[in-house]
Design a protein around this ligand. Structure first.
Ligand code: ATP
Ligand code: MG
Length: 136
């Protein structure tokens, strides 16, 4: 735990990806997201954590509860790495495009599964991705 109940999880192995999934599931349940929405945010987090590990060379995730101020609760997750960065964001977000051996569906799929998605990356500057899922 860091400030305000945020949980920071290092991502350096496949086991850490599992830990991220568990932390997101727990936080999404506590924020009273529906079971379907819990599964969506866990799936998105799993893809993003795997990218952090494989392409970012490891990094960390930060999971926290957010409140809209209008009675809605949600979950925000930041993924950060100091890896090589992503040279072409539009290309990386294209369904089916991969620079490696993947299916190229992780980033684009994750974006569709969440309510808010922001991607900040540049060659040599690492990658930061923030996603938010709101309860209904
Ligand atoms: N954290 C990151 N750092 C650097 N490059 C990244 C990062 N995350 C994604 N990328 C780049 O974006 C591409 C698309 O990512 P995406 O998750 O959609 O596909 P994939 O990981 O290649 O395959 P899949 O996730 O379907 O198994 C990756 O192939 C990689 O080149
Ligand atoms: Mg991927």
């Amino acid at each position: 735990m860091t400030d305000a109940g945020a949980t920071e999880i290092p991502i350096g192995s496949g086991d850490d990806v599992v830990r991220v999934r568990q932390a997101v599931r727990e936080a999404a349940g506590a924020a009273k997201l529906s079971l379907v929405d819990q599964t969506k945010i866990v799936t998105a987090a799993s893809e993003l954590a795997r990218n952090t590990l494989i392409y970012g060379g490891g990094g960390h995730a930060r999971v926290e509860r957010v409140d809209s101020g209008l009675g809605r609760a949600g979950i925000r997750i930041l993924f950060a790495d100091e890896g090589p960065g992503i040279p072409d964001l539009d290309l990386a977000l294209t369904d089916g495009w991969t620079s490696g051996n993947g299916l190229g569906l992780g980033l684009s799929g994750a974006r569709r599964l969440v309510d808010e998605f922001s991607l900040d990356s540049a060659p040599g500057a690492g990658t930061r991705i923030t996603v938010v899922k709101w309860g209904r």
